[in-house]
Ligand binder design. Structure first.
Ligand code: HEC
Length: 121
């Protein structure tokens, strides 16, 4: 356990991919948000979804914070149902998908309308 915690702390520094063991002992990748930010820009996700995943009028919906769990998120990106182009494993590897997901999860929550003074005048 101590080793695993150390690995989780050290991983971002060395850019390694860390796998957490679930009770079913399936490997669940833990993404690196910093690398995910780089990929999100390099692979053009930002062009339709905005640099923060905030969405852009008529181009792509808000995807940060993600409403889907990682497996559904990845499945959608691999096989979108609408206008979005598909990204195969050759283009976005599973580990990169986890990084993108971690980046989107790390975005700040948008404030509630009731907490924005201009909207409550
Ligand atoms: C050419 C524009 C475009 C690009 C580039 C693009 N998307 Fe999309 N994306 C869309 C649109 C439009 C939708 C809305 C549904 C649809 O038409 O497929 C969408 C939907 C999604 C959804 C589903 C949202 C939900 O909550 O149902 C996810 C997840 C997503 N995109 C992630 C990504 C990621 C990750 C990348 C980069 C690897 C990416 N997209 C690149 C246009 C784009």
């Amino acid at each position: 356990m101590v080793l695993m915690v150390a690995a989780l702390i050290l991983a971002p520094a060395v850019g390694a991919q860390v796998f957490e063991t679930t009770p079913k002992s399936e490997a669940v990748p833990v993404g690196n948000a910093q690398n995910g930010k780089r990929i999100f820009t390099a692979y053009g996700c930002y062009q339709c979804h905005g640099y923060e995943g905030q969405g852009a009028a008529a181009a792509g919906p808000r995807i940060a914070l993600p409403s889907l769990a990682l497996p559904e998120f990845a499945a959608y990106v691999r096989q979108p149902a609408g206008q979005m182009p598909p990204y195969t494993k050759k283009v976005v590897a599973d580990s990169e998908m986890a990084d993108i997901y971690a980046f989107l999860q790390s975005r700040p929550k948008p404030p509630l309308a009731k907490d924005i003074p201009l909207l409550n005048d």
